[in-house]
Design a protein around this ligand. Sequence first.
Ligand code: PEP
Ligand code: MN
Length: 284
Amino acid sequence: MEPTLPELSVLRRFWPGFEDAGTTHPVLVGGIAIGGALPVIIAGPCAVESYEQTLAVACAVRGAGIGILRGGAFKPRTYPGSFQGLGEEGLEILAQVGRETGLAIVTEVLDPRLVERVAAVADMLQIGSRSMQNTPLLIEAGRSGKPVLLKRGWSATLDEWLGAAEYVAREGNTRIVLCERGIRVPASEGYARAVLDLNVIHAIRTLTPLPVLVDPSHAAGQWERVEPLARAALAASAHGLLIEAVAADTDRAALRSDAEQGIPPDVLERIAGYARPGLPRNSQ
Ligand code: PEP
Ligand code: MN
């Protein structure tokens, strides 16, 4: 694989000080080091749907000992008739919930023209699977200087994913965290939404010092299937997890985005426990 890659500065071979496969380039988000000694969990609703819903999930996130909240104000949806997120109102809700709970905020930016506005609220910019090769967006995110969570396009090769990271890095921003979220295969026969590529974690850790998270939620598509994938990702040495969560007693039928895959607070707490000190982890 390596000989096909051009001279990307995000590769260990071209990144002075990180040539050794045991080293990671940690990315600080709200004072929390992604790529540090312990796995980091980022959790929250798929979409910010209201202040009350966001605060309730944020309290569950904080209650599980997690320090970073995710939630979409701008949602990339397959159909234009679907809920597209609350937009600006969603950003304001995130800012308020962030202030009230002390949680750091991760939220997606879809449009290069909105990077500055989203970066004013977010501690980390999420670039979604559909946007992975939107080069103007990658460049603007790079220019913002904010940490960037770069999800893998669901049909992207590892080379293409690292090439996308390079667009951010070439703007002088190496605060990049990669996130595997499942890839498309011809048939998953109803048991998965996408197939989680756990093999890629070792490949990434070999090739680049950028930390890598795993999002089990968008691969699972159903909340009951999230926990085993989360455990597998940690066992495979991911630097952490990005997970969709709901508050206790959520009426899923009323949710407007990814209603089936958010895990309830008890499962979130259990998963957070897997990431605490004392558990055996591989360094590679
Ligand atoms: C999300 O994180 O809610 C999301 C839309 O994910 P992806 O870009 O991986 O589909
Ligand atoms: Mn989602």
